[in-house]
Ligand binder design. Structure first.
Ligand SMILES: Cc1cc2nc3c(=O)[nH]c(=O)nc-3n(C[C@H](O)[C@H](O)[C@H](O)COP(=O)(O)OP(=O)(O)OC[C@H]3O[C@@H](n4cnc5c(N)ncnc54)[C@H](O)[C@@H]3O)c2cc1C
Length: 401
C-alpha cells in the first residue's frame, strides 16, 4: 500500500471532513433506531462497505480512502457504524463461500443495517475448543432442523440473522462433522436470553434453538465443510477489522488529551506533567504501530489475500495493546475515569441498554478483547503451530537439556 497521498486523496479527505462536520450528530445516539439512521447516512455517503464489491452494495474504494475516512471519523469522534459482526466478518465469509443467490439476498441489507447479524459459534462447552460443539443440524429433506444452545452471542437481542455452526455428523472426527448455515433469528424456535455483564448492560446473550428451521438455500458451502468456513470467518474477525478498532482507540486518545488539558493537579494541567506526557507519548507511539499494522492488513485484503493464521498476530497485538492503553488512561485520570467519556458506545447496543462508554468501562471492556474471537493463549498456540510451524506438543522425554 502506497502511504503517500495523491492530490485526489487529499481532495477526498477535505470532502470527507466537510461532510462529517456538517453531519455528525450533536447529541449521543441513544436508541437503536437513531444508530441505524446514522449508519444509513454514513452508508449513503459511501463510508460503509468501502472495500466491498459494488455488485453487492459496496463502494469498491481503495484502502487508502478507507483509512482516510477512519482518520476523519476519529478526528470528530463520530459514532461508528453498526452491524459490525455482519460487515466485519460474516459478509466477507458469504462473499468467499456463498452462492450468488445468497450474496444477492443478504449482503446489501447487511451493509445498510436493514438486517442485523450475529455469530452463533460458541457453546457452554465449546469456546476455545470450538470443534466440540453439540448443536445439531438435521436434514429433513426440504429444510434443516436445528436444536441446541449457543452462548456469548453478541448482538443476539437485536439480530435478524445469525451464521450458525452445528454438528451434522457425530460419527466423523469432530472437526469434520460440522456444517455452516444461516439462521433466521426471528422465528418461534429461536429464543434469545440476554446476559447481564459486569458493566451492567447486556450486549450478548444465550440463544436456545428448539426445532428451529434453516432453509436448504441457506447452507454455506457443503455439508460437513463448516470447519473450513469457520476458519475464514475467524480470519476476518481477527485480522480484517483492525483499522476500525484502531480508530476507536484514536478517538479515545483525543478524549484523553482533552481531559488531561482540563484536569489540573497542583494548579497545572495534567498534560504539562512530564511524567504524564512521557507515558502518553509512549502509548501514542504504540497506537501508531497498531495503525500501521492495521493498514498492512487492509492492503493485503485489497490484494485479495484472505487473512489466514497470521491474523492471529494482529489480533494478539491490538487486544493486548488495548489493555495497556486503558490501564494507563485510568492511572492518569484516577476517579475521573468513571465520569469521562472515552468514546460514544461500544460494539452493538440493544436499544434499552446503552453502554456509557467512560474510560472506566473501556478498561473493563479491554479484558473482553483478549477472550473473544479466541483468547490470547489460543492466538499464541495458532501462531506457534500454524505460522511458525512449531510442533503441537513438546514431550519432556525428548528434550535434550
Ligand atoms: C465480549 C465477548 C463477545 C463474544 N461474542 C461472541 C459471539 O458473538 N459469538 C460467539 O460464538 N462467541 C462469542 N464470544 C465467545 C468467545 O469466542 C469465547 O469466550 C472464547 O472462544 C473462549 O471460550 P470460553 O469462554 O469457553 O473459555 P474457555 O475455552 O473455557 O477458556 C478458559 C481459559 O482457558 C484457556 N485455554 C483454553 N484452552 C486452551 C489451550 N488449548 N491452550 C492454552 N490455554 C487454553 C483460555 O485461554 C482461557 O483463559 C464472545 C466472548 C466475549 C468475551
Amino acid at each position: 500500500m502506497d502511504l503517500t497521498y495523491a492530490p485526489e486523496d487529499r481532495e477526498f479527505r477535505a470532502a470527507t471532513r466537510r461532510w462529517l462536520e456538517a453531519n455528525v450528530p450533536g447529541d449521543d445516539l441513544k436508541t437503536l433506531a437513531e444508530r441505524k439512521a446514522w449508519h444509513r447516512k454514513l452508508y449513503e455517503a459511501g463510508y460503509v462497505g468501502m472495500l466491498w464489491p459494488r455488485e453487492y452494495g459496496g463502494w469498491g474504494a481503495t484502502p487508502m480512502r478507507q483509512a482516510i475516512v477512519q482518520d476523519e471519523m476519529a478526528r470528530v469522534s463520530a459514532p461508528p457504524p453498526i452491524n459490525g459482526l455482519g460487515i466485519g466478518f460474516i459478509g466477507p465469509t458469504i462473499i468467499v463461500h456463498g452462492t450468488e443467490a445468497q450474496k444477492q439476498r443478504y449482503l446489501k441489507k447487511m451493509l445498510t443495517a436493514e438486517e442485523i447479524w450475529c455469530q452463533l459459534y460458541s457453546e457452554p462447552n465449546a469456546g476455545s475448543d470450538l470443534a466440540s460443539l453439540k448443536t445439531r443440524v438435521e436434514d429433513q429433506g426440504d429444510h434443516f432442523l436445528v436444536n441446541g444452545q449457543k452462548i456469548w452471542t453478541s448482538s443476539g437481542p437485536i439480530s435478524d440473522w445469525g451464521i450458525l455452526l452445528a454438528r451434522t455428523d457425530p460419527k466423523l472426527p469432530k472437526h469434520r462433522g460440522i456444517t455452516c448455515v444461516l439462521l433466521n433469528m426471528r422465528q418461534p424456535g429461536v429464543e434469545v436470553r440476554p446476559l447481564k455483564q459486569i458493566t451492567g448492560s447486556s450486549l450478548f446473550s444465550e440463544v436456545f434453538m428448539t426445532n428451529a428451521r434453516a432453509e436448504k438455500s441457506d447452507l454455506i458451502g457443503n455439508i460437513n465443510q463448516g470447519w473450513e468456513i469457520a476458519q475464514t470467518t475467524l480470519g476476518f474477525e481477527r485480522g480484517g477489522n483492525s483499522l476500525g478498532r484502531v480508530t476507536r482507540y484514536a478517538t479515545a486518545f483525543n478524549q484523553l488529551v482533552k481531559a488531561t488539558k482540563e484536569l489540573k493537579r497542583g494548579g497545572r494541567p495534567l498534560l504539562e506533567d512530564p511524567a504524564v506526557r512521557a507515558r502518553m507519548g509512549r502509548i501514542y507511539a504504540d497506537l501508531e504501530v497498531q495503525r500501521y499494522a492495521a493498514l498492512r492488513v487492509l492492503s493485503a485484503l485489497q490484494k485479495g489475500d484472505a487473512p489466514g493464521a497470521a491474523s492471529s498476530i494482529t489480533k494478539l497485538s491490538y487486544t493486548e495493546f488495548e489493555k495497556r492503553y486503558y490501564e494507563l488512561a485510568l492511572e492518569i485520570l484516577g476517579p475521573f475515569g468513571q465520569l469521562m467519556v472515552a468514546r460514544e458506545e461500544f460494539e452493538e447496543v440493544d436499544s434499552s441498554s446503552g453502554e456509557p462508554g467512560t474510560f472506566a468501562t473501556a478498561f473493563l471492556w479491554s479484558r473482553a478483547g483478549t477472550i473473544y474471537s479466541g483468547s490470547s493463549e489460543i492466538q499464541k498456540n495458532i501462531i506457534g503451530e500454524r505460522v511458525l510451524g512449531l510442533p503441537k506438543e513438546v514431550r519432556a522425554d525428548r528434550l535434550k537439556v
